[in-house]
Unconditional design. Sequence first.
Length: 96
Amino acid sequence: MRLQDSLNRRTKHCWLPCQNLVNSVVNGRCEEDDIQLRRLPLATQLGVIKESSGNDVFVQAMISALPNESIAEGTYTDDDLKRRFSKVFRTNFLFI
């Protein structure tokens, strides 16, 4: 039972940093107007997740699978990707 309590506690400590990472990916720097400036580097959030997860093999594997560009420069927000796709789709659709 003690092992299960320990795992439960560690999972709870890791949950909040993971939610912060999700928020960073979804929203980026929402106060910025430029699409490039909205990209929020993920290194800080990933460092907190690494620290809170201890030496969890699964967490380490997931973090190491992320592209270095995403870690260093961030990702485009969901809304920015939707806008870009819509713009490309409309542009290409006109030429068909």
